[in-house]
Design a protein around this ligand. Structure first.
Ligand SMILES: Nc1ncnc2c1ncn2[C@@H]1O[C@H](COP(=O)(O)OP(=O)(O)OP(=O)(O)O)[C@@H](O)[C@H]1O
Length: 292
């Protein structure tokens, strides 16, 4: 299993970044004489099945018997008010947290209780945390190529190609030389996505991608994620409390409330949901659905 992480916010700092960036499984290296030591062309979406997941922090029961299935290649949003356990659930999917009971299966293989006996086959996953948290001392291109260079995944000419390719995928052509510190919040977010795409992850996770973005930049980001759906085969999970964003980019949405999944459906189904918690979320938290 390979975790290509975006550095978390400043309080997590370099320690977490390096911890997460060094998870490359030995079996992942292959083929002498290639431009890359890792086959970056074999991206696939992975399926995820969460069964009866429970998590306590002290006395606090944060995840309550969570059951959820996410299909390979799906763009799946988890929505809900603050403090309902969305981020904690995301952290379990990437094994940053361990459940008190329950299991998560990746492509049918358990990742916790029976891991080791029947571990998931190698797959790459990447998380874009709430803060874009780029290295301000580096250029845009250096940020995107950081992991590939640090792990010496590819030869330098291939790394440069990948940087150009990934920046183009997020609509940032010819920005390699820009100083990261001079970018707008929306551009930083897109550089963070390009960096997470550098390893062609099979699974990409976003934690509150629209936080701190204005409505116009949020729309741009939504279009970037939609465009990526056409060009990548990976599975995408997005945690957000921005309902309109979720309705726009998702194949399916799960509504989380008080540690439980209370509804799952396509955007059309969620809009029409009669679940009182979903209806309450639509009409109070977000002041209605955009354009309606
Ligand atoms: N490491 C931790 N230790 C103790 N409590 C925690 C920890 N992480 C999360 N919690 C608690 O778990 C609950 C769920 O937190 P979580 O961050 O998942 O909420 P969320 O739905 O993502 O909210 P938000 O939208 O505000 O990010 C909160 O009450 C939070 O305080």
């Amino acid at each position: 299993m390979v975790f290509v992480s975006q550095m978390d916010s400043a309080h997590d700092g370099e320690g977490l970044f390096h911890k997460l960036m060094h998870g490359l499984a030995p079996s992942f290296f292959h083929k002498e004489g290639c431009d890359c030591r890792v086959d970056l062309t074999d991206t696939r979406g992975v399926s995820i099945r969460i069964e009866n997941l429970n998590k306590y922090f002290g006395e606090k029961h944060v995840l309550k018997d969570v059951n959820l299935a996410i299909n390979a290649g799906e763009t799946f949003c988890i929505i809900g008010p603050s403090g309902t356990g969305k981020s904690v659930l995301l952290r379990h999917i990437v094994k940053l947290d361990r459940p008190d009971s329950g299991e998560i299966f990746i492509d049918g293989h358990p990742v916790f209780v029976n891991a080791g006996k029947d571990t998931p086959s190698d797959y790459r996953y990447s998380m874009v945390f709430q803060s874009s948290a780029l290295f301000n001392s580096l250029t845009v291109g250096e940020n995107v190529g950081l992991w590939l260079r640090e792990k010496r995944i590819c030869k330098e000419h291939r790394i440069r190609e990948i940087i150009r390719e990934k920046l183009a995928m997020v609509g940032l052509e010819n920005t390699e030389q820009l100083k990261t510190s001079e970018l707008s919040g929306g551009m930083k977010k897109r550089v963070a996505i390009a960096r997470s795409l550098a390893m062609n992850p099979d699974l990409i996770l976003y934690d509150e991608p629209t936080a701190e973005l204005d409505p116009v930049t949020t729309d741009e980001l939504a279009n970037t994620i939609l465009k990526l759906k056409e060009t990548t085969k990976n599975t995408t999970i997005i945690v957000t409390h921005d309902l309109n964003f979720a309705l726009y980019v998702s194949d399916r949405i799960a509504m989380m409330h008080d540690g439980r999944i209370v509804d799952v459906g396509t955007p059309t189904e969620i809009k029409a949901s009669q679940n009182p918690i979903v209806r309450g979320f639509i009409y109070t938290t977000t002041k209605g659905i955009k354009g309606e």
